[in-house]
Design a protein around this ligand. Structure first.
Ligand SMILES: Nc1ncnc2c1ncn2[C@@H]1O[C@H](COP(=O)(O)OP(=O)(O)O)[C@@H](O)[C@H]1O
Ligand SMILES: [Mg+2]
Length: 279
């Protein structure tokens, strides 16, 4: 079977049909139906525990549907043979919530890993590719640094360099801005937009950060934890202006009630009655 054919015959990068997700007896979400379009930034949103990360795991083939199916460029990952599956995985890049760089490896070694594993490139070409990928995320010159020696925002960008090492057609992010201050988070959003604009990469982002959702999303999907299914899909602006449910309206208008300078949970000066774990 030739590996690139489905892209031309009208298939979507990702199509989800009648998906039910479960952990044992626990039903997380039922009857999800949507398509991710080529070259768009598609955001999966919803409250904590609604199943966003679980959905991402399904989309990248790490978890099997309890019911329904997921097609990648028209091909069902689960039905595919081993070779096709590997081919599909190679065309995806993933950035996990915690960044997950190997702490014992330098940034260059981290970015080189997928290239060593999946390509036949010689060490010198790998070195050049690694430097290119690091410079694309603003980390030129940091090849020899270890993850612990750089900031959280830089670690995210290094993880992004690694996720893009194989020039993926689809990139997945789980909560890219979590743990970052608003300015660093916004720079990461710029980088995500730039990736899509420069390379036409299709990007799927899990997020509950409204500022980020309005900045980057072409379309967004809302997972309603009470209804146990998706209750909205559309542009963020449209979902805010015409929310199909009260829950969607609440979700989409949260931060405008707080004001544009929210995000105080990262401020050390924050004086609210927040719990503190230590002196
Ligand atoms: N490995 C797991 N085993 C059992 N239940 C899980 C597991 N991972 C997540 N869950 C449960 O599934 C639900 C959705 O979790 P998750 O996808 O992490 O939500 P979100 O990313 O939206 O915060 C939650 O009720 C969570 O407790
Ligand atoms: Mg999550």
């Amino acid at each position: 079977m030739d590996d690139r054919a489905p892209a031309e015959n009208g298939a979507y990068p990702i199509e989800v049909r009648g998906l039910t997700m479960k952990y044992g007896p626990l039903v997380v979400m039922e009857d999800l139906n949507f398509q991710v379009h080529r070259g768009e930034i598609f955001v999966i949103m919803g409250g904590s525990g609604s199943g966003k990360s679980t959905l991402l795991k399904h989309l990248i083939g790490l978890k099997a549907p309890a019911e329904g199916s997921i097609l990648f460029e028209g091909e069902d990952f689960l039905e595919a043979d081993e070779t096709t599956r590997k081919g599909i995985l190679r065309r995806m890049g993933v950035l996990y919530q915690n960044g997950a760089l190997w702490s014992g490896l330098t940034l260059a070694e981290n970015v080189a890993l997928p290239l060593e594993e999946y390509t036949e490139l010689d060490p010198r070409s790998i070195g050049e590719m690694v430097s290119l990928k690091l410079s694309l995320v603003g980390l030129r010159g940091f090849e020899a640094f270890y993850p612990a020696e750089i900031s959280g925002g830089m670690r995210k960008r290094a993880a992004l360099a690694r996720a893009t090492a194989l020039d993926p057609e689809v990139l997945f992010f789980d909560e890219p801005s979590s743990g970052l201050d608003p300015i660093t988070a916004s720079r990461l959003d710029d980088l995500i937009l730039q990736l899509r604009d420069s390379f036409g990469t299709t990007i799927v982002v899990v997020s509950h950060d409204l500022a980020s959702i309005f900045k980057i999303a072409d379309r967004a999907l809302f997972l309603d934890i009470e209804e146990k299914t998706m209750t909205a899909i559309g542009t963020p602006e449209d979902l805010r202006e015409n929310p199909p449910t009260d829950e969607v309206r609440r979700f989409m208008t949260r931060s405008s009630e707080v004001g544009p300078s929210e995000g105080s949970d990262v401020s050390p000066e924050s004086k609210g009655p927040k719990q503190r774990s230590d002196p």
